[in-house]
Write a protein that binds this ligand. Structure first.
Ligand code: UDP
Length: 343
């Protein structure tokens, strides 16, 4: 069987780390990306990390003909697909819901149609714990009820999972959806990581930019939640641990025999919940840097606490995390400093 794996959105944050792991495991990733939230310099960086330049083609997945042409040109040679490509900013999705629905749903449907047409069966899909909303029980298992999402972005993940489940059944595709919790950190080489356009949206990049002096103060959104210290609790996981989960999932999807479920979901988190204040304190301890911060009001749409029960992924995929919270925070800080040196 060919080792060529189509990686949509492979120049993005989690996509690029997954490309590194694929190459390490002897696969040949074929990256497609429309460069809407990345640029070609990531390809140069991947070449440095991996010692070889991954295959790349600029493709707009909303245009089905472009995708069909890609499958046609690689006919019988693509053994599986990892689908990351999606618009992913929560706040932007509230302002531009139609763009988010159109982009994320159309590209997924076009991809599924091509997989059906060219008989490529295995897919790993990039989903999110946002589908659980504010869970009734913690840690949250894959059996928890799916809640109406607080953002159009979250809704696209939920709707895509429904589409994938139906398509898997009807067309005998083998699809695994990975529900990520909060990926942070960067590859140990500090050559790839998360590139933020404008002000960071996520907590850890905001912490590292504040420590570096790029931001005056971290604003902590909400201190009156029903948690250990009143700030929200999340499950942070190192991006390289998230990346390796895709290899385990891909291999399961590629080797699944006909009788097994055609659509499966797995939580991909560390299984530990940390509050925002605990993150700030741990960061200060690990790096010796100060993070000036202030407590402000709640951010609209935030959930109080969410962290994963990862038993299913541990048992069925055989996947486990390797990095501790200290590793993650140190890695995020190394990346921030490496980026600052480049400028
Ligand atoms: N957060 C914060 N200040 C920031 C960014 C985030 O206090 O500048 C909080 C946010 O309210 C949430 C947690 O940090 O409780 C994680 O937020 P993030 O956006 O990283 O992830 P998500 O909300 O998607 O889980």
């Amino acid at each position: 069987m060919s080792k060529k794996i189509l990686v949509t959105g492979g120049l993005g944050y989690i996509g690029s780390h997954t490309v590194v792991e694929l190459i390490k495991q002897g696969y040949e990733p074929l990256i497609i990306d429309n460069l809407s939230n990345s640029d070609l310099s990531v390809l140069d960086r991947l070449e440095k990390v991996c010692g070889k330049r991954p295959l790349f083609q600029q493709v707009e997945m909303r245009d089905k003909e472009q995708l069909q042409e890609l499958f046609w040109n690689n006919n019988n040679d693509i053994s599986g697909v990892i689908h990351f490509a999606a618009a992913l900013l929560v706040e932007e999705s509230v302002e531009k819901p139609l763009h988010y629905y159109y982009n994320n749903l159309t590209s997924t449907i076009n991809l599924l149609e091509c997989m059906k047409e060219f008989e490529v069966k295995p897919m790993v899909f990039s989903s999110s714990c946002t589908v659980y909303g504010n869970p009734d029980e913690l840690p949250v298992t894959e059996n928890a009820s799916i809640k109406p999402a607080v953002s159009p972005y979250g809704n696209t993940k939920k709707i895509c999972e429904d589409i994938l489940a139906d398509a898997a059944k009807a067309h005998e595709l083998s699809i695994i959806s990975l529900r990520y919790f909060n990926p942070i950190g960067a590859h140990e080489s500090t050559l790839i990581g998360e590139f933020q356009k404008g002000a960071p949206h996520h907590l850890v990049p905001y912490i590292t930019e504040t420590a570096l002096g790029k931001r005056e103060k971290l604003r902590i959104f909400g201190s009156d939640w029903n948690t250990v210290d009143g700030t929200c609790v999340r499950d942070y996981i190192h991006v390289s641990d998230v990346a390796t989960a895709h290899i385990y999932a891909l291999e399961r999807a590629m080797n699944k025999d006909e009788a097994k479920d055609l659509f499966e979901v797995f939580n991909i988190g560390s299984g530990n919940g940390y509050s925002v204040l605990q993150m700030v304190q741990s960061f200060e301890k690990v790096t010796g840097m100060k993070v000036p911060h202030e407590l402000v009001g709640r951010r609209p749409g935030d959930v109080e606490a969410v962290y994963a029960d990862t038993t299913k992924a541990n048992k069925i995929l055989g996947w486990e995390t390797r990095k501790t919270l200290d590793d993650m925070l140190k890695s995020a800080w190394d990346w921030e400093q490496a980026l600052a040196k480049e400028k």
